[in-house]
Design a protein around this ligand. Structure first.
Ligand SMILES: Cc1cc2nc3c(=O)[nH]c(=O)nc-3n(C[C@H](O)[C@H](O)[C@H](O)COP(=O)(O)OP(=O)(O)OC[C@H]3O[C@@H](n4cnc5c(N)ncnc54)[C@H](O)[C@@H]3O)c2cc1C
Length: 407
């Protein structure tokens, strides 16, 4: 493929990773970012073997992984202490593991690398509202408010997250729905390094899920940290803020005594931030010269801990499609076809699983507590569960996804 002039809108996980891959293929990339001074903010996230493989392909794995905490298993139990699920990465392959990470660390490493990369120009403080198509098909990005047009690009990569307005005038079949549920979260120092090796979750019915994730060091380094999550319906946020904080802490402590060192560090409602989620479904993820990646294309509930990992894979697959195609439209249609089954499968299982852990369907509780426990004893089912956790599942009767760099 000849050298392209590429616009990437958004410098989140997928935007920076895409800019790096494409610049290294010799394309000229302009990264447009709304925030004037992008910050290293964020909750704890899970980096899966898929995400790590993409970082390895970028030469950045060693800048990220040692700053996180190795996770060998996912553990889910009820508030009464009954084990619902224990999945170990090593059950798929002894070399596999996950990493609990401060989202800011991933942002920091990718953004700094993109800034330094020859061939990438970073333009911050530009809120892209729209795209404009010139007579020859090339694209400009249009700034909100001023309607100022920037560039004349051969390709636009839309990577500006779940709330993107750049999907609005496309003719795709699509749906963009906010989830009724979200999560309160906090990241605090793990003084005695007690939280290690597992993502620990406690459920009570289907309305309460509390999680503790070792998160490594923050973007500025320093002490190791742990992330605390508490699921909450978005329409109950006000009631939470109006409620008695010490009473709420006592309730959490009763269900999860292990959370005591975290709760000791929380003194008011303001210590907890609320995140809401979107469910974005669209197909295909491209037009002739525009492609949608990451949360802009397929945001989903974080139940399976895959969002950043799917976004990193998108960047890798787009680079592969461009490398092996003769024209931009061919590359983009190839990209949409290649990603279709993996992404559709994760959207399907996320939508299917989430109500067992976050919903008002209380009748799902016995199915979850008994059904999942027994199902996980069947080796074939267990393998499906572990491969889904690792990010490499493509459905029960399909081969596992090959990790980037494996073939
Ligand atoms: C509570 C919570 C927990 C999560 N846990 C996990 C987990 O464990 N594992 C995991 O892999 N994922 C997790 N996720 C999901 C993960 O954070 C996202 O899937 C991932 O960040 C998506 O990356 P992205 O690059 O597509 O979008 P984003 O990270 O949202 O980046 C979008 C970028 O675009 C910029 N932007 C937005 N609008 C504009 C505009 N108009 N013009 C220019 N720039 C713009 C934004 O400022 C931002 O820099 C979680 C999400 C939440 C909310």
């Amino acid at each position: 493929m000849r050298q392209l002039d590429v616009a990437v809108v958004g410098t989140g996980t997928v935007g920076s990773a895409t800019a790096l891959f494409l610049a290294r293929q010799g394309h000229r990339v302009t990264l447009y970012e709304k925030v004037a001074e992008p910050q290293t903010l964020g909750a704890g996230i899970m980096l899966q073997p898929t995400g790590m493989a993409v970082l390895r392909a970028l030469g950045l794995e060693q800048d990220v992984v040692p700053r996180g905490d190795r996770i060998d298993r996912l553990w889910v139990q009820t508030a009464a202490g009954h084990k619902v699920m224990e999945l170990e990465y090593a059950q798929l392959h002894s070399s596999l593991f996950g990493v609990g990470l401060h989202r800011g660390v991933l942002f920091d490493v990718l953004f700094k690398a993109a800034r330094k990369e020859h061939g990438v120009t970073v333009c911050t403080g530009i809120d892209v509202e729209d795209l404009h198509t010139a007579r020859d098909g090339r694209q400009s990005v249009v700034e909100r408010g001023t309607r100022k047009r920037h560039g004349l690009h051969d390709l636009v990569v839309v990577a500006n997250g779940a709330r993107s307005s750049l999907r609005d005038d496309t003719a795709f079949v699509k749906s963009v729905e906010p989830y009724p549920w979200g999560a309160l979260w906090a990241i605090v120092p793990d003084h005695d390094h007690r939280f290690t090796g597992r993502l620990f979750q406690v459920v009570r019915g289907t309305r309460r899920l509390i999680g503790l994730l070792p998160t490594g060091v923050g973007p500025q380094g320093g002490q190791r940290q742990v992330s605390f999550f508490f699921s909450l319906r978005a329409d109950q946020l006000e009631a939470f803020h109006a409620g008695n904080f010490e009473g709420w802490k006592a309730g959490v402590l009763a269900d999860v005594p292990e959370s005591a060192p975290v709760l000791d560090q929380l003194t008011s409602h303001e210590n907890l931030l609320f995140s809401s989620y979107h469910d974005v479904v669209m197909w295909p993820w491209n037009t002739e010269r525009v492609v949608y990646l990451g949360d802009a294309a397929h945001a989903m509930s974080p139940q399976l801990g895959q969002g950043c990992n799917l976004a990193l894979l998108d960047a890798w697959y787009l680079a592969q499609s461009l490398r092996h195609s003769e024209s931009v439209p061919d590359a983009l249609f190839h990209y949409s076809r290649t990603r279709r089954w993996h992404l559709s499968w994760y959207q399907f299982i996320t939508r299917w699983l989430t109500p067992f852990f976050q919903s008002d369907h209380l009748w799902l509780q016995p199915l979850r507590d008994v059904g999942m426990t027994w199902a996980a004893k069947v080796p074939w089912v267990r393998k499906q569960m572990v491969s889904a956790m690792c990010g490499v599942s493509r459905g029960p009767f399909m081969d596992l996804l090959e990790l980037p760099g494996e073939s």
